[in-house]
Design a protein around this ligand. Structure first.
Ligand code: ADP
Ligand code: 5GP
Length: 200
């Protein structure tokens, strides 16, 4: 009987809700999880690093990856393409790690269709006013991009009911504890631990 099998964990939620903040803190706390680094065609932000936050690619390079069927899922979001490379996710899961995907709702729906065992978490801010404050406070997006992201947030909220868990990221420490607890609990699920085996 084993309790060291990893889970595929999807975290979605409006841009600015605090997904990156919470995921990176949980990743630092645990040695059993890996973050899935996505490919995007959007420009890097000042503090973002190639291969750590994203793989930054041209639209042509992105399209080549689509044609090569290299993505577990991919989607358009506020004028840019985003995709999850499939191979690293499979490799990390095979090695026993849980893998966290920070992806928007259309991509999440694609993964839910392919992987019924995925654990899904919708992380949202306490209010839309606070979301706007966080997007402005982050200082990484133009006024126009912030408006687009707030419009997208309305659509994204409509999908929250499709997720297994909802985390309201009011206090970041609490949200970190909640995501950590969800991963721990999901690794203890009987169907995951037993896997055709019995307890004795
Ligand atoms: P996302 O990855 O969902 O787009 P970020 O993690 O970049 O969001 O967070 C957006 C902004 O909100 C950042 O400036 C971050 O420091 C801030 N933030 C994150 N969580 C909280 C929180 N619980 N309370 C206040 N500010 C937060
Ligand atoms: P940002 O540009 O703020 O980093 O991300 C914008 C949105 O794209 C966020 O909702 C984020 O979760 C989502 N995103 C990041 N990577 C991927 C990905 O690989 N696939 C999909 N579908 N969405 C992604």
């Amino acid at each position: 009987m084993r309790q060291d099998k990893g889970r595929l964990v999807i975290v979605s939620g409006p841009s600015g809700a605090g997904k990156s903040t919470v995921i990176s803190r949980v990743s630092q706390m645990r040695t059993d999880i890996r973050f899935s680094v996505s490919v995007t065609t959007r420009a890097p932000r000042e503090n973002e690093r190639e291969g750590v936050d994203y793989y930054f690619r041209t639209p042509e390079q992105f399209y080549e990856m689509v044609k090569a069927d290299a993505f577990l899922e991919h989607a358009e979001y506020t004028g840019a393409s985003y995709g999850t490379p499939a191979a690293p996710v499979e490799k990390d899961l095979e090695e026993g790690y849980s893998v966290i995907l920070d992806i928007e709702v259309q991509g999440a729906a694609q993964v839910m269709d392919k992987r019924s065992d995925a654990v899904t978490v919708f992380l949202c801010p306490p209010s839309l006013e606070e979301l706007e404050r966080r997007l402005r406070g982050r200082g990484t997006d133009s006024d126009e991009k912030i408006r687009e992201r707030l419009t997208a947030a309305h659509r994204e909220y409509g999908q929250a009911h499709n997720y297994d868990y909802i985390i309201i990221n009011d206090n970041a420490d609490t949200a970190v504890r909640q995501l950590d607890a969800i991963i721990t609990a999901e690794k203890c699920r009987s169907n995951i631990v037993l896997e055709g085996d019995s307890l004795i």
